[in-house]
Design a protein around this ligand. Structure first.
Ligand code: PLP
Length: 340
């Protein structure tokens, strides 16, 4: 049995999802004539209480389009030092938008209104880049699946309004936060200007991210998506998978969270483990005790058919997901308990 815990992106469509894909009605979405894509976009505007939605092939492209929509070349965006838009989008902020990032150090990738406000360059001081956008991530990826309190995002919203900044939420795993914290998607729709939501992570589709946003910011979104090469034709097949995921794969995220917490709890009792990050959703970040070799640990895991990711020295990552079954979970817990 191969157990892949590197990421929640490794899942395959379930039989129910495959059936929804096969049965999808499609058309040419570049002409906006794909009824299933149009339906997904309608559902997402409704769910988030936002004006517009647009289907993208990937989360990176949706984030990059949002950054482009909010900024001009030479501007600066403000984000956590662990942000996906900074680390894992190939330098796209510079490549696509000519924008630099001001990085803030926060608890598990979460940043505060006060920190952001202190990071804003004075608007009249033309020597510094113009601060124009704040990017938040919920849940945080490199921060270990941490979730924002709504009150913290409200404070950031209020601060953005006072300072004329846009607010983009990278919600690749926003549904994990919604389920873990008992929140509603519309809570976030009322706070951010744009939100990207991935279907290819915990929700288990082969691809797809929807960018939802306010009308005035989204009006150029379809043009930017075309420029980035993200106009897709009969992509209703993938929108059907996303609609299926909204119907059947949201509530079950609670199971991924339970398993991640059980893994974190076992790890925290093992003498070969150094530290285990607070685990709120489906991501466990941990380190080994100084005397234990990471290389050997990972090799021993591989030998047992278990794969995890390495985020750099002292940061190992386990991510639970739709294709990680209870049987696999028992195996993993057993391996971790007995490893020495
Ligand atoms: C996965 C992820 C994305 C999107 O990445 P893709 O590889 O383009 O799917 C964006 N933000 C965060 C926080 C992510 O974890």
């Amino acid at each position: 049995m191969q157990i892949d815990l590197r990421s929640d992106t490794v899942t395959r469509p379930t039989p129910g999802m495959l059936e929804a894909i096969i049965k999808a009605e499609t058309g040419d979405d570049v002409y906006k004539e794909d009824p299933t894509v149009n339906e997904l976009e309608r559902r997402m505007t409704e769910l988030f209480g936002m004006d517009e939605a647009l289907f993208f092939p990937s989360g990176s492209m949706a984030n990059q389009a949002a950054i482009k929509l909010h900024t001009n070349p030479g501007d600066q965006l403000i984000c956590s030092e662990l942000a996906h838009v900074y680390h894992y989008e190939g330098g796209g902020t510079a490549f696509n938008s000519g924008v630099t990032c001001k990085l803030l150090r926060g608890e598990r990738g979460l940043i505060t209104a006060q920190q952001v406000e202190e990071a804003i360059n004075p608007p009249d001081f033309y020597h510094s880049p113009k601060s124009s956008l704040v990017c938040l991530e919920n849940t945080t990826n490199k921060g270990g699946g941490a979730c924002y309190e709504l009150s913290a995002i409200s404070e950031i919203r209020e601060m953005c309004d006072r300072n004329g900044l846009g607010l983009h939420l990278d919600g690749a795993r926003l549904m994990n936060a919604v389920v873990a914290k008992g929140q509603k998607p519309s809570d976030f729709g009322g706070l951010a200007d744009t939100i990207s939501v991935c279907f290819s992570k915990g929700l288990g589709t082969p691809l797809g991210t929807v960018l939802v946003g306010k009308k005035e910011i989204m009006k150029n979104a379809i043009r930017i998506r075309k420029i980035l090469g993200g106009g897709m034709r009969q992509v209703g097949y993938m929108a059907a998978a996303a609609i299926y995921a909204l119907d059947y794969h949201v509530e079950r995220l609670a199971e991924d969270h339970r398993r991640a917490k059980e893994i974190a709890s076992v790890l925290s009792e093992c003498s070969y483990v150094g530290s285990v990050g607070n685990t709120e959703t489906n991501i466990v970040i941990f380190s080994l005790a100084p005397s234990v070799s990471e290389e050997k640990f990972k090799a021993d895991l591989e030998e047992a058919g278990i794969r995890i990711s390495d985020l750099g020295p002292g940061r190992l990552r386990i991510v639970t997901h739709l294709d990680y079954t209870e049987e696999m979970h028992e195996r993993v817990l057993g391996f971790l308990r007995n490893y020495a």
